[in-house]
Design a protein around this ligand. Structure first.
Ligand code: ADP
Ligand code: NA
Length: 335
């Protein structure tokens, strides 16, 4: 009934790492590349800078990361001709819709959010934005009447809240205006931290050795892989439960090639490859895989004028959709 609209966002809080790349960005690029050219409801990706300031951020760093994030996405294959790539703060309707939707949410509903509980735990003063974050997120998606949201499992609860808000709004006004957006979950295995395979690779880990960023130079990649925590067995086998550290390295090679992890382990066994040799091999595969992305990134990152032109054009297109939807929302509400 509702036209399919895929919508996703990324926080400009650091350079995306391999987990973000294989777990999210590559999926966006696949979705984009399956679209018809000039389709009227293209993939929409927002660089969500308003979400990024939920916790205090140095303005210069934030601004830097917005450009780095845009350059990274473009380098990974996001094509501004086929995808609307824009910066959240350039579309003022996000804040306006967030207010309207916030009037349909209760305090207990927001208090139940796991992310809020985790992030507010231990803070002596909790910023209101941390509490209302999921409302802004719902507004992001619903402003574009998003139906499908590629999302990590940690965000499923927020998306469920978004559905409930959409439903409440629709029921209150007796109109089926907002879709109830569903997640598109990535099939990709969650990459583990290179320093502690019990944790996931994450940009919020203070130890940068735990993740490989998309723009890490070759020698840093080699060092991080060489120092990655595995186990005491010498040879290679794929066993994500029993040997999570080593299996993460195999997952990385599999993600860069057509090979399945089991095929890689079999090859290593046939060749009696030991762990030190295998780590060198994985570094080489990664460096090769990231080379074209990094080459494109280094061309783009210093071209602020080009990046601004992409973001401005994305904002123009996003605004035109948002304006049309918001006008209808106001009419429904009676504003
Ligand atoms: P981070 O934990 O690094 O801050 P986010 O929570 O911003 O990452 O997630 C952005 C996207 O990247 C989500 O779709 C999430 O599922 C994906 N992602 C994050 N970490 C990993 C990982 N270690 N392995 C696979 N995908 C990941
Ligand atoms: Na593969």
């Amino acid at each position: 009934k509702h036209t399919k609209q895929v919508y996703s966002g990324i926080q400009p809080t650091s350079i995306p790492h391999l987990g973000n790349y294989f777990g999210a960005i590559k999926q966006w690029v696949d979705i984009q590349n399956k679209q018809r050219p000039h389709q009227s409801n293209p993939l929409i990706i927002s660089i969500v800078d308003l979400h990024a300031i939920t916790m205090p951020k140095d303005p210069r760093l934030l601004n830097d990361y917005i450009y780095k994030c845009a350059a990274t996405l473009l380098s990974c294959g996001i094509d501004p001709e086929r995808t609307i790539l824009y910066k959240q703060s350039q579309v003022a309707y996000h804040g306006q819709l967030s207010w309207i939707l916030g009037c349909r949410v209760t305090l207990p509903q927001l208090s139940r959010m796991h992310q809020y509980k985790t992030k507010s735990d231990g803070l002596s003063e909790v910023p209101l934005g941390l509490f209302t974050y999921p409302v802004l997120q719902a507004a992001d998606i619903l402003l574009f009447r998003g139906t499908h949201v590629p999302i990590g499992e940690d965000q499923l609860q927020h998306l469920e809240l978004c559905r409930s808000i959409a439903e409440k709004f629709n029921n209150a006004y007796g109109i089926d205006f907002f879709p109830r957006p569903v997640p598109i979950e990535s099939e990709f295995t969650r990459l583990k931290s290179l320093r502690d395979p019990a944790k996931k690779m994450s940009k919020s880990d203070p130890d940068a050795g735990s993740r490989i960023e998309l723009v890490d130079p070759a020698d840093i990649i080699e060092k991080k892989i060489r120092k990655s925590v595995t186990d005491s067995m010498r040879l290679i086998s794929y066993d994500p439960k029993g040997r999570p550290g080593l299996s993460t390295l195999i997952d990385l090679e599999a993600a860069c090639t057509d090979l399945l992890p089991e095929e890689i382990a079999e090859r290593c066994l046939l060749q009696a490859t030991d762990k030190a040799e295998y780590k060198k091999h994985v570094s080489k595969v990664l460096v090769e895989h990231l080379r074209p992305i990094q080459a494109k990134y280094s061309r783009l990152i210093d071209d602020k004028k080009y990046l601004n032109s992409i973001l401005d054009d994305g904002a123009r297109r996003a605004n035109s959709i948002a304006e049309n939807n918001f006008r209808q929302i106001c009419k429904i509400v009676g504003c």
